[in-house]
Design a protein around this ligand. Structure first.
Ligand SMILES: [Zn+2]
Length: 112
């Protein structure tokens, strides 16, 4: 029996998970030295700060800030996914409305 995981290597998602767990374990910073404030972490999680910003270095070398960043990014992505779903549903509802109005107009015009 083949072991696909070993033969194919880890997926990008598995590598990302291992890296995240490593950052969360290896930079405890219990005194929270040099930690970022919540608005800065939120700005990073919402991709409002470029990767060149010095805050990224702290986030990737501080377990508590990294955990806050991951939580904030997860909430941001979930909120964005809900907004995208709502936007798609609204477009579909608009399309259905236009089709119904168009078909109704055709029926009314043909009946006269
Ligand atoms: Zn920190």
């Amino acid at each position: 029996m083949r072991n696909l995981e070993i033969e194919d290597g880890p997926t990008p998602e598995q590598i990302k998970h291992v890296l995240q767990q490593s950052i969360l374990r290896h930079y405890p910073n219990p005194e929270r030295k040099g930690c970022l404030d919540s608005p800065t972490i939120t700005a990073i999680a919402h991709k409002r700060l470029p990767h060149e910003d010095s805050s990224w270095k702290h986030i990737s070398h501080c377990s508590p800030c990294y955990q806050e960043f991951l939580d904030c990014r997860k909430q941001f992505r979930e909120k964005k996914a809900r907004a995208d779903l709502l936007r798609r549903r609204m477009r579909f509802a608009l399309l259905v409305t236009i089709v119904v109005i168009g078909l109704s107009a055709m029926v009314i015009l043909k009946s006269h």
